[in-house]
Design a protein around this ligand. Structure first.
Ligand SMILES: Cc1cc2nc3c(=O)[nH]c(=O)nc-3n(C[C@H](O)[C@H](O)[C@H](O)COP(=O)(O)O)c2cc1C
Length: 314
């Protein structure tokens, strides 16, 4: 049992925040297969305070999409605090502060993984956010900026001494982006330096990986890329078999419907394209179908094509 963000988790396997992917439709599907907690895509604190339409949309979620943590990114304690206030009464179970995003646009402004190089600023943001809300606050960090400045254990110790509720570690450096393997050994070091729950992220794909990372010291396990177009990975990791073709088809159709409901038919269909190629991976004819889907430009035709594709697979 893991108590985090005031939520009781039985196995502690959760869905990672992924910009461009983990909107409520993906979260709902992953929860159905066993994800016990989920995060929004990262949300710009500045965008939230300015109430830009696309940013506000990231907060939307149905009632059953809980427990749910809103993740913000910023380099400003003031904007962080204002954004946290806006999030407080909107049906969330916690706020996570992103200190791991490696994308140039984000780090150039001093946010995301840039905060790994600026622990004082990181701490100011954490304090400002915590001073404004009752919600539990966590921080998601990387290993460090580069191989020569690995400081995740120190960061975890400093931040946790100020009362954050959990630390999430993706043990790669900013410079490594998503290449190189995750440095799982760092998870143990982070755990030894803090007394709060540690959630591990990075290359965890199988039951064996989960076992190993828990042995190293993780309290919770975060699945990211492996869950894109594969929401049943949670069920598989919990010991069940993979879905048959008809179950895959039905999940795809439901996913498309939810995306169309959220973004409208056209944007929903466009957003579905990137999941389709992951859903159909490994099926005969997948590469032809992938090409076809990229030229489809209406949701009804995409629905029909998914039906057709699976007629030959049963
Ligand atoms: C497309 C994509 C978008 C991501 N967006 C976010 C994000 O918004 N916030 C965040 O903290 N991490 C983000 N990440 C990092 C993931 O949460 C996770 O830490 C990383 O992918 C490693 O885990 P994995 O190997 O299970 O994918 C993103 C990763 C990917 C691939």
């Amino acid at each position: 049992m893991l108590l985090v963000y005031n939520a009781q988790l039985r196995h502690g396997i959760v869905l990672a925040p992924m910009s461009g992917y983990t909107d409520w439709p993906m979260r709902i599907l992953c929860r159905r297969y066993g994800a016990e907690l989920a995060y929004t895509e990262m949300i710009s604190a500045e965008g939230l305070v300015m109430s830009t339409r696309n940013t506000l949309k990231l907060l939307e979620h149905p009632k059953e999409d809980r427990p749910l943590v809103a993740q913000i990114f910023t380099s400003s304690p003031e904007f962080g605090a204002l954004a946290a206030e806006m999030i407080e009464n909107q049906g969330f179970d916690g706020i996570d502060i992103n200190m791991g995003c490696p994308v140039r646009k984000v780090v150039r402004k001093g946010a995301g993984a840039a905060l790994m190089r600026d622990p004082r600023k990181a701490l100011k943001i954490v304090k400002a956010v915590m001073s404004k809300v009752q919600l539990p606050v966590s921080v998601k960090i990387r290993a460090g900026w580069d191989a020569g400045s690995i400081n995740a254990p120190e960061m975890a110790e400093i931040l946790s001494s100020f009362g954050i509720s959990a630390i999430i570690i993706h043990p790669r450096t900013r410079v490594e982006m998503y290449t190189a393997g995750s440095r799982w050994d760092l998870i143990g070091e982070v755990k030894r330096r803090t007394s709060i729950p540690v959630i591990a992220s990075g290359d965890i794909r199988t039951q064996e990986d989960v076992k190993r990372v828990k042995q190293i010291g993780a309290d919770g396990i975060m699945l990211g890329r492996v869950a894109i177009g594969r929401p049943w990975i949670f069920r598989e990791i919990l010991g069940h078999g993979p879905p048959g073709p008809l179950e895959v088809r039905d999940v795809m159709l439901e996913h498309l419907d939810m995306l169309c409901m959220t973004y409208g038919e056209r944007r929903g269909m466009l957003r579905m394209r990137k999941y389709v190629s992951m859903y159909i991976k490994g099926f005969p004819g997948a590469s032809m179908f992938r090409k076809k889907v990229n030229s489809i430009d209406n949701a009804a035709f995409l629905r029909d094509s998914i039906h057709q594709f699976f007629l030959g697979q049963a």
